[in-house]
Design a protein around this ligand. Structure first.
Ligand SMILES: *Cc1c(COP(=O)(O)O)cnc(C)c1O
Length: 353
């Protein structure tokens, strides 16, 4: 194994997917498993499929290309770029949309290739990221109905992303009202009413999710086992599907306060230090170029993360009962930002166990 290593337990990932799929199924809700945080590594996507996901959802075309061979409907999460609508209809079965110009371009691309492309119209219920504003959604659909090559598969919303708005019975009921108004006005049936992401799970668990929401798009809850509305753990889920392992390259006893006048560090910040006397410090071969250091949680809970520069991370190992040595590896649990950065870094090896 080469280090730093992102160790991935696909059985645990499959388990996490399955428990969420089962929980949603009780309320007739399908799961689009979101693969963007691990850049859609095919073996991991396969684990999500074994776990029962109905769709795979991805934000980037480059990642969808990697899983073209996997037989499951794929959703493009990020609003498509006008400049690559041809790839969108080629690699995604469904795309999330909010702009007429883009949908019209998708329609033309679909017609050119003799295909029909499914879209989910995103509705902004107040979180202020993507979507047609809620009051304009029904009228917006008027323009879409005549477009050839495009099928309005459903509507959806995204919450707790930019504005941190929590999904509730009232805002999700609004989504259902909009769906009903669209269906009545145009005598169509919407297949998918997609009621959000990992922040919607608590409504499923407490049984209050409004009836009619029939899909959720789940990323963090599957990969880390976190419910993201209130930051609770998902019952019976694993938090260690992904573990970072980094190698000790220096281990020495040093004072806890630097010697000399304190200026700014390599990132322009003025550090503060607490005098704890002589401490045993390990330098790990990983740094800010690979990871968001404050998103790492040492699995040995007696270790203290002191900080990092681009390529070095410093850990206080004094209180640990393990007698670490140069060449040993230290393991960390991850938050979402850390996992995202590690997955994207080409300097971190990905090892499926
Ligand atoms: C990333 C993303 C998700 C998944 O969000 P999680 O909080 O990780 O569950 C869902 N929908 C859209 C549109 C996204 O971009």
């Amino acid at each position: 194994m080469s280090y730093p290593s992102l160790k991935i337990d696909v059985k645990k990932l499959e388990h996490n997917t399955r428990i969420l799929v089962d929980r949603c199924a009780k309320h007739n809700i399908s799961v689009a498993a979101v693969s963007k945080v691990f850049c859609a590594l095919p073996e991991l996507v396969e684990a999500m499929i074994r776990g029962g996901a109905s769709y795979i959802a991805e934000s980037r075309i480059e990642n969808l290309k990697k899983i073209e061979h996997l037989n499951i409907p794929k959703i493009l999460l990020r609003i498509p770029m006008l400049s690559n609508v041809d790839d969108v209809i080629k690699y995604a079965d469904i795309s999330l949309n909010s702009e007429y110009t883009v949908i019209k371009a998708l329609s033309e691309a679909a017609l050119k290739h003799g295909m029909t492309h499914d879209i989910i119209l995103m509705v902004d219920l107040g979180d202020l990221r993507e979507g047609v504003w809620m009051d304009d959604a029904v009228e917006f659909v008027d323009k879409l109905i005549g477009l050839k090559g495009i099928n309005l598969k459903g509507i959806g919303t995204n919450l707790t992303c930019y504005g941190a708005v929590i999904p509730k019975v009232d805002n999700l009921s609004k989504l259902l009202e909009i769906a009903k108004a669209i269906e009545d006005k145009h005598s169509i049936k919407l297949d998918i009413i997609s009621g959000g992401n990992s922040s919607s799970i608590y409504l499923i668990d407490d049984g209050s999710i409004p009836k009619g929401i029939n899909n959720v798009r789940l990323g963090e809850s599957i990969v880390l086992g976190n419910e993201t509305a209130y930051g609770n753990r998902i019952k019976d889920s694993y938090n260690d599907c992904f573990v970072l392992s980094a190698e000790i390259v220096e281990l020495k006893e040093k004072p806890s306060i630097p010697i000399g006048e304190i200026g700014v560090d390599a990132f322009g910040e003025k550090p503060v230090f607490e005098d704890r006397g002589l401490r045993k410090r390990a330098i790990l071969a990983i740094g800010k170029q690979d990871v968001k250091v404050d998103g790492l949680i040492p699995m040995d809970d007696r270790l203290i993360v002191l900080g990092a520069s681009s390529d070095h991370m410093i850990i206080d190992v004094t209180d640990s009962s393990t007698k670490y040595q140069v060449g040993d590896h230290i393991d960390f649990l991850l938050d979402y930002g850390a996992l995202l950065a590690l997955s994207t870094s080409k300097y971190v090896s990905k090892n499926i166990i």
